[in-house]
Design a protein around this ligand. Structure first.
Ligand code: NZQ
Ligand code: ZN
Length: 389
């Protein structure tokens, strides 16, 4: 295990009806003038926004609204939010939604206190040192942004989807009521399960030895898969919703990566797909993750072998290492198919993707090499895109 600092300062307020505590919690964290950020229609239609605004009013907290944030959020809405926050004198950003809304809120929080272009932080020109405080009411377990220091935004000029990772962006609090996720379309629940699993893959497939971390990471991965399949049959199962919601948070708040070198190649390879073709991030990962696993297993089989046995439940008796790995990856694909997702990029985007465009953009954004479990060249990434077709 490598030396580490684990910093996860977010207060998680979890359980039934917890959204009713939004106003008092914002107040407790010093929010007086709030910029309330949310997405398309789901939070309005469910009555959640009404509940949140009433809760803010009860505490005499002023708010202004930035709504209509779309999946795979773009920089234009961030600029709009920064201008609004500065105009209104907002002191707190409240995100009600999932990764796209929370990431937009975080980017606004950075830009509102910076005397320059917020994109400087995403393209690596500047390191963040300050941000307005961000609070979250989570409506979809997936991206893990409610407990992470990450924000992922697409720049419309060039469709560059880039992220920033900094502790200053960790939300002050996250209100997590599993009941709020019962209105999710099945596709979004499924994509969320794929994304949270992959957040663990990025940390689990590592050359660092960390037996305890590997053990609980495997338990969380098994639970995500079991709960997702239960929810497919019974989407209103509160216990399964609760498990999967908490799993999404601990998959990405750093707990599964402590003391380990993290990889992140799968995410970077996927981000090009969701940026260029505007598909759901989890749906893109269902195509890329098995292709990545098959590729890296040829050069570094150890953890893929362990994953096949301990997570995918392959019985190793009488099988060679290659056979165990093949069965493990094929069971993972079966799981994605059981969720109703495709593992083919061509099927996902409805045409053959432009691999040159994907690789060129990846190289522009990430340089010539990515990943650590097996460092990948751009030619390796091209192979991975091809085998995901
Ligand atoms: O816009 P509305 O109407 O709210 O619909 C949303 C949206 O269409 C819907 N939804 C959310 N909660 C709902 C609901 N529908 C019904 N009932 C509810 N309770 O779900 C759709 C997807 O929402 P989105 O926020 O896009 O989903 P997700 O949480 O998967 O976020 C994806 C974004 O996060 C980024 C992804 O790249 C993508 O841009 N990521 C962010 C990370 C981070 N900040 O740490 C890490 C991840 O790896 C990821 O890259
Ligand atoms: Zn992800």
């Amino acid at each position: 295990m490598d030396n580490f600092i684990f910093y996860s300062p977010t207060e998680f307020i979890f359980g039934k009806d917890t959204q009713k505590r939004t106003g008092e919690t914002v107040r407790r964290f010093g929010g007086e003038k709030v910029l309330l950020v949310y997405g398309g229609r789901s939070a309005e239609e469910s009555g959640l926004i009404k509940e949140i605004t009433e809760s803010l009013m009860k505490e005499d907290i002023e708010y202004s609204i930035l709504k209509g944030i779309k999946p795979n959020p773009t920089d234009d809405r961030v600029y709009e939010g920064i201008a609004q926050a500065m105009r209104e004198g907002s002191t707190f950003i409240l995100a009600v939604g999932g990764g796209s809304v929370i990431d937009t809120a975080k980017a606004i929080a950075l830009g509102a206190v910076y005397n320059g272009d917020f994109w400087d932080f995403f393209c690596g020109k500047e390191k963040p040192v300050a941000a307005l405080p961000v609070g979250v009411v989570l409506t979809i377990p997936a991206a893990g942004s409610e407990g992470s220091g990450n924000s992922v935004i697409t720049r419309l000029d060039g469709m560059h989807k880039l992220s920033v990772r900094t502790n200053v962006l960790r939300p002050r609090f996250a209100i997590m009521n599993p009941q709020l996720t019962m209105t999710l379309p099945w596709f979004q629940t499924a994509c969320g399960a794929v994304d949270m699993l992959c957040h663990i893959f990025e940390r689990y497939f590592s050359n660092t030895t960390a037996m305890l971390v590997n053990g609980y990471s495997e338990a969380i991965m098994r639970d995500i898969m079991a709960r997702a399949l239960e929810l497919k049959v019974n989407p209103d199962d509160y216990e399964a919703r609760a498990d999967i919601m908490w799993a999404g948070t601990i998959a990405h708040n750093g707990l599964c990566g402590v003391g380990k070198e993290e990889d992140w190649a799968t995410h970077r390879i996927e981000h090009e797909v969701s940026a260029i073709y505007d598909v759901a991030h989890g749906a893109g990962l269902a195509c890329i993750a098995p292709a990545w696993l098959s590729f890296v297993a040829k050069r570094n089989p150890d953890m893929v072998w362990r994953f096949a046995i301990n997570v995918m439940g392959v019985n190793p008796d009488g099988l060679t290492t290659e056979e165990i790995i093949e069965k493990g990856i094929s069971s993972l694909k079966d799981f994605y198919h059981d969720l109703g997702l495709t593992t083919s990029l061509t099927e996902l985007i409805g045409k053959t993707p432009d691999i040159d465009a994907l690789v060129n953009s990846l190289e522009t954004n990430m340089g010539k090499s990515l990943g650590f479990y097996v460092p990948l060249s751009m030619e390796d990434c091209r192979e991975i895109y091809k085998s995901a077709l």
